[in-house]
Ligand binder design. Structure first.
Ligand SMILES: *Cc1c(COP(=O)(O)O)cnc(C)c1O
Length: 495
């Protein structure tokens, strides 16, 4: 049985009323600017978890994907899942380690770019490329990145047929490691462009390009279609359900919980893809008490969950030390609204957000949301203190995104249940902040920060990070916004 995908804002009569997985992946925009969501989620039987106690990650993933009945060949699924072999330990791509009495950390960053985007983007790259090839089509993926999606997208699409990637980043707005991960990527189907400006400028430039008629005409001429690899693509969400189930199984294996015992999932959230994967896993049968939504100072989600109000009228994006969570419009929340309140209400709420930059849920709706989620946020100073104290007291090194979860763990649990917190980046990705937490020395560049942390913690800098500083620069475009269209068109002619 194959799962049908339906639209979060209802149907406009122009789009098909339901599509298959492959269509949702290739053409992710649905009626009225909505998203595709599964019509029904497969249900895991009670003994699913005991039966999978001995399963490796790939075996578990295969079973879950089969239950979704996606319309892609088994061979492609196998090829996609084989990419977990690039992780430190292929059977445990996300090790789960106990850090405090009730707190277990699922480390989602053991893939090639040392951040959690690899968990979904690695297999997603194979899926998208295979779908493009099967249809004889050529896709261009445009991405604007503040640092983590860019490296992961470039890494997964490198040299894959049927897909080209043009990736915009704010020059000076990413960490040295993140920038090097992008500009040292050398493949004919990849283009990395630094923009003079900040992340908002990069994103605005991308939007302008997407709206440009001359750009669209040139794409048509060359028979290139646009696609998206951002986290609203269900092709990514599918792979994000799996690690929540796997992490729960790990707690069972470690004897930390008994079968059926409920846990909290504690998720450092931005665009809500990670949390949505947990929500779907819960709906499929994972024993969850609540999902804890951890934010930084850009705490729209904290407000939404506590008050039922999503309001960005008075907000400006704040640059924090957990930049992958610096987001005001959190796209995947829409899929939760759809699941809880249906398409008509979701469309109404989303158009209020577009028109008035705010919406308010009713009391009943807010209560329903709170039956699923609790939330808190953490500012940079608190995060720094958590990084320091967790290193000093538990000997555990973590990055600033993960630190936001530690605060939420302390403040959000209403029951003394075991908690799985998701760690989304290795310490190597945000080393200046961590070096400051550990040594008190602020403002270091990445290379020196990495060395100081390694010395202080008695660990080694992973080779993939160390070697970045020696690799030749393959992508040297740093340009003004108005030159982007020309730059990308000349890349398309070359490739
Ligand atoms: C993308 C990202 C997040 C936020 O995840 P969402 O799925 O967008 O909520 C958190 N931490 C890091 C390091 C990330 O790269």
């Amino acid at each position: 049985m194959s799962t049908a995908f339906i639209e979060t804002r209802g149907n406009d009569g122009q789009h098909p009323e339901q599509v298959r997985f492959s269509d949702a992946v290739l053409t992710p925009m649905a009626s009225f600017g909505g998203l595709y969501s599964p019509e029904r989620l497969p249900q895991l039987e009670e003994d699913f978890f005991t039966r999978h106690l001995e399963s490796g990650y790939v075996e578990l993933a295969r079973d879950l994907i089969r239950r979704f009945g996606v319309d892609i060949d088994d061979g492609v699924i196998e090829e996609a899942l084989a990419l977990y072999r690039r992780f430190d330990d292929p059977d445990h791509p996300c090790p789960v380690v106990q850090v405090k009495e009730d707190l277990f950390v699922s480390e989602l960053w053991h893939g090639p770019t040392r951040a959690f985007k690899d968990m979904a983007l690695q297999p997603f790259g194979v899926v998208l490329s295979a779908l493009a090839r099967a249809r004889g089509e050529e896709y261009l993926i445009l991405a604007a990145t503040s640092g983590d999606t860019g490296p992961a997208a470039l890494e997964t699409f490198k040299n894959r047929p049927g897909v080209r990637v043009a990736c915009l980043y704010p020059d000076g707005g990413t960490s040295d490691v993140q920038r090097l991960q992008m500009v040292t990527e050398d493949a004919p189907n990849l283009k990395v462009i630094g923009i003079h400006g900040n992340f908002d400028d990069a994103q605005a430039a991308l939007k302008q390009l997407l709206a440009s008629k001359s750009f669209q005409a040139r794409l048509d001429q060359q028979h290139i279609a646009l696609s998206a690899a951002n986290s609203v693509n269900f092709g990514r969400i599918l792979f994000q359900i799996i690690y929540h189930v796997h992490s729960y199984l790990e707690l069972l294996r470690q004897g930390a919980i008994a079968p059926g015992e409920k846990v909290y999932l504690d998720v450092p959230s931005g665009n809500f893809g990670n949390a949505l994967g947990g929500y779907y896993a819960w709906k499929m049968g994972l024993p969850v008490e609540r999902i804890i939504i951890a934010s930084n100072r850009n705490n729209v989600l904290t407000d939404l969950i506590r008050s039922g109000r999503y309001d960005i009228r008075e907000r400006e994006l704040i640059a924090t030390t957990s930049p992958a969570m610096d987001i005001l419009v959190s796209s995947n929340v829409e899929r939760v609204l759809f699941d809880l309140f249906g398409p008509e209400r979701t469309r109404e709420l989303m158009s209020e957000l577009t028109e008035n930059r705010a919406y308010q849920l009713s009391d009943e709706e807010t209560a329903e949301l709170q039956r699923h989620f609790v939330a808190d946020f953490c500012d940079d100073a608190e995060g720094l203190a958590y990084i320091r104290s967790t290193f000093e007291q538990q000997g555990y090194l973590m990055d600033p995104h993960t630190a936001n979860c530690f605060k939420a763990f302390d403040s959000c649990r209403e029951l003394p249940l075991k908690t799985i917190a998701y760690s989304t980046a290795e310490w190597t990705k945000f080393s200046p902040v961590i070096a400051e937490a550990l040594t008190g020395k602020a403002g270091l560049r990445d290379q020196e920060a990495l060395e100081r942390i390694a010395t202080k913690a008695g660990i080694e800098i992973p080779a993939v990070i160390r070697e970045l500083f020696e690799r030749p620069i393959a992508q040297d475009s740093v340009i003004d916004k108005q030159d982007i269209e020309r730059e990308i068109l000349s890349f398309l002619e070359r490739a």
